[in-house]
Structures are given as C-alpha cells and as structure tokens.
Design a protein around this ligand. Structure first.
Ligand code: 13P
Length: 218
C-alpha cells in the first residue's frame, strides 16, 4: 500500500467513527445499537461489534473482503451480513448506516411501512419506505428480508429492530437516516388523528423526476 492510499483509508476509517458519534448526537441511535460500513476496494470497512463509538480508533474498524477475507484486530459488527450483501448486490451503494432511531423503530414494532405522507418520502426512491419482515439480528434471513425491502429503495425499516439507510456516500447515508427518522416522527404525529391522507404514486414519481434536476439529485 503506498502512502496516499494508506492516508485515504485512515480518513475513511475516521469518517466512519465520526458518523457513528454523529448518529448518537443526532438522536437517531442509542449506545452501540448501530453500525456503519463504507465500500473500500473489493470489500467493506465496517465498525467492530459492541464497541462504544467514543473509544473507537481507526485501527478498530474491520475490513471484510467480498471473498470472505477479514482483516482487523476486532470482530466485525454482528450485522456484517446485511452490510456485505447490500454492497455486493447494489453497486451504486458505497455506504450503509444501520441504527435504531426511536420513531422508525416504533413503526417497525407495529410492522408498519412509511406511506407517501409527505413528498420527501421520494428521497428513498419510491412511494413508500418498506418494513422488512422480522428475522433475528445477524442472520442471513435478515439480509434477504432487508434486500427485498430495499428493492428500488435506498432505505427501509426492519420489523421489531430499526432501520437501514444506504447511499453513494457516507454523508448522504447519514443525511438519509435523519430524513427517514423525521418522516417516521411525522407519521407517528398523524396516527393519533387517524391514518393520514396520502400522496399518489404518480405524484411521488413527479417529485422523483423533479428532484433529479434539483438539490437532492445525488
Ligand atoms: P453490533 O454492536 O454488533 O454492531 O450490533 C448492534 C446492532 O445493531 C444489532 O442489530
């Protein structure tokens, strides 16, 4: 590895730690419930399991190759399976943020998706943010369920668990995670008054088309 590649990798490792600390500061996660990965070479850089973010150093981040190789001083996140499968099967994704934000998790406990209550639902790629059926954390079935819920979408809820946000960059994935939690809070705010009126699938498609030439284009 030459020096410039090395410093780039250290920067990515540090950016993962910074994003983990931000997740908690932004109140979209608690403790060490979340995990983050970024595509790097023929694999991913991912947070270690069960380690407080504030004590993490770049050396604690684990590299996992798509060929099954693991390079690191610690065990990878228990959720490495869905991080790997998302990166493997969605080439447009370079960062995956998983967290347990309270509003998203509340809806996921009720096994509810986020319907088109607001035009910003479109930032996830379609007219709804699906809720993947429950499977035990860390198992292959959870990856399959999440991948199905992420079909044509950049984010999903995980039943009785939390949420996943994916994007071309880590900054965008973190932004998306905050946006999905905001939509979940708005939906929860409506529900005591009944199921809210919804935007049509057609209108969400109009918004998607309009966004492609606007500030949310990337
Ligand atoms: P890790 O500490 O292993 O990343 O697990 C936390 C988690 O999100 C389980 O769903």
């Amino acid at each position: 590895m030459n020096n410039s590649t090395e410093s780039t990798e250290i920067d990515i490792r540090q950016s993962i730690i910074d994003a983990c600390i931000s997740m908690n500061a932004l109140h979209i996660n608690q403790g060490t419930s979340g995990n983050i990965s970024v595509r790097h070479g023929e694999g991913i850089l991912i947070t270690p399991t069960s380690m407080p973010y504030k004590t993490m150093t770049p050396e604690d981040i684990v590299w996992m190759g798509f060929d099954g190789q693991i390079v690191g001083n610690r065990a990878p996140s228990s959720e490495w399976n869905f991080h790997m499968e998302i990166m493997r099967r969605k080439p447009e994704v370079n960062a995956v943020v998983h967290a347990h934000p309270t509003a998203c998790t509340t809806l996921s406990i009720m096994e509810k998706e986020i319907p088109p209550i607001h035009y910003m639902v479109a930032v996830c790629g379609g007219h709804n943010i699906r809720c993947a059926p429950y499977a035990t954390f860390g198992v292959g079935q959870l990856s399959e369920n999440a991948l199905q819920a992420l079909e044509g979408r950049s984010a999903c809820l995980l039943a009785h668990h939390g949420m996943i946000a994916t994007a071309a960059s880590l900054d965008k994935a973190l932004w998306l995670a905050v946006e999905v939690e905001t939509l979940a809070k708005q939906y929860l705010g409506c529900l005591p008054m009944g199921e809210p009126p919804l935007l049509s699938e057609e209108e969400i498609q109009n918004v998607i088309n309009r966004m492609s030439g606007y500030g949310h284009a990337d």
